[in-house]
Design a protein around this ligand. Structure first.
Ligand code: PLP
Length: 408
């Protein structure tokens, strides 16, 4: 590692809280699918900032919109209307086939917003007695790390020493609709689910699960909320991941790629019956829905909803999974290779762990991060070319094969 990198890492460690354990690379520049460190070394991005950089880094149309809008009108708060937000609301709701949207900034804020909507809808529309509303979530979920969201989490580390927790949450196993049916009571306002669990290690539910869960929710008048902050916006080969199952959620939560990779933009989208419960003052955000966010997001949505891009993701994703499965066939170190579109994971045996492989990938010019200790996350920008993807996947295959030789 260069001296400059080491100095910056030391400064970060000395002056910052240690709430992350980053890969030891100090980035300075990005363009398209590539990242450069402070020593000028180039890497291919197989992370996309957890699905944020789906359009690649520094997309020219996104940057142009950002610069122009920042000059024209920046942050004025929701104390006033601005000339961009209504257009973004219209675009987003049309794309989602829903009535209304509510802008926020980060994913966690949008999930909190959805939970507040569910609680107020539960009391004022469904008629659940005051302070009795329950929301059901899934084991292994990741919805963010605010106090309410760690209260909903089943991850020991996210909770340890952060209690007391927010009441009103129940947990059921992911993929088990019988457990969901048992958990629903007259006090249940909502069920929240990631169509593909990202942070849990790219976990896909059994086929048909989401449809059956959706039907159960409809039957019991429970809101069906999908958190597509990571898996949405064409990442899996459909604009919205729920479209694979041909269903309509009551609330859709988006973030990450919604800001074009350059600006924090998140949203809750849903039907008027639910979003209509909010009155002025019930909820808000100073930055949420500002003109820059709205303009940048409109451009991002335009690009991400391009049918050609979406079809490409399906083609590349199918090819990539097959390529990985072929290249890693018979490896005693690999437990599973899974994914949908360009959201993939390679699960290795716990004795090996994914961190050493991810570090070895860095040495080969491929940047990604392990999730849940044993899964290599593979989620490149959706604009990656097949040749670039092939090189990155071949590097994954090589580092696993090398580890086999080392451990033999
Ligand atoms: C599914 C899901 N929900 C919520 C979040 C939280 O988003 P943010 O980090 O922007 O608050 C994430 C972040 O990884 C996520 O993957």
């Amino acid at each position: 590692m260069s001296t400059k990198s080491q100095q910056l890492i030391d400064l970060d460690l000395a002056r910052g809280a240690h709430n992350y354990r980053p890969i030891e690379v100090v980035l300075q520049r990005a363009k398209g699918v590539h990242l450069w460190d402070v020593a000028g070394r180039r890497y291919v991005d197989m992370m996309s900032a957890y699905s944020t950089a789906s359009l690649g880094h520094g997309h020219p149309q996104v940057l142009k919109a950002l610069a122009r809008q920042a000059k024209a009108l920046d942050v004025t708060s929701r104390a006033f209307y601005n000339d961009q937000l209504p257009l973004w609301l219209d675009q987003l709701t049309r794309l989602a086939g829903m009535d209304k949207a509510l802008p926020m900034n980060t994913g966690a804020e949008a999930v909190e917003t959805a939970l507040k909507l569910a609680r107020k809808w539960g009391e004022t529309v469904k008629g659940i007695p005051r302070d009795q509303v329950e929301v059901i979530g899934c084991e292994g979920n990741f919805h963010g790390r605010t106090l309410a969201l760690v209260s909903l989490s089943t991850e020991a580390q996210y909770r340890e020493n952060f209690g007391p927790f927010t009441p009103g949450f129940k947990i059921v196993p992911f993929g088990d609709e019988a457990a969901l049916a048992r958990a629903i009571t007259p006090r249940t306002a909502a069920f929240i689910v990631e169509p593909i669990q990202g942070e849990a290690g790219i976990r896909l539910p059994p086929p048909g699960y989401l449809q059956r869960a959706r039907a159960l929710c409809r039957q019991h008048r429970v809101l069906f909320i999908v958190d597509e902050i990571q898996c949405g916006l064409s990442r899996t080969g459909r604009l919205f991941c729920f479209q694979h199952d041909d269903l309509a959620p009551d609330l859709l939560i988006l973030g990450k790629a919604l800001g074009g990779g350059v600006y924090p933009v998140s949203a809750v989208v849903g039907q008027a019956e639910v979003l209509g419960v909010l009155r002025p003052g019930d909820h808000g955000s100073t930055f949420g829905g500002n003109a820059i966010a709205a303009k940048v997001s409109m451009v991002a949505l335009g690009l991400l909803s391009d049918p050609e891009l979406i079809a490409r993701v399906t083609r590349l994703g199918d090819w990539a999974l097959a390529h990985l499965r072929e290249g890693l066939q018979g490896s005693p170190l690999v437990r599973d290779i899974r994914g949908q579109g360009l959201m993939m994971g390679v699960e290795v045996v716990p004795d090996l762990g994914a961190r050493c492989l991810v570090d070895a990938l860095k040495e080969r010019g491929v940047l990604t991060k392990e999730t849940h200790d044993v899964v290599i996350r593979l989620a490149p920008p959706l604009v990656i070319r097949k040749k670039q993807l092939r090189r990155a996947l071949d590097a994954v295959i090589e580092v696993v094969r090398e580890a086999e030789t080392r451990l033999a």
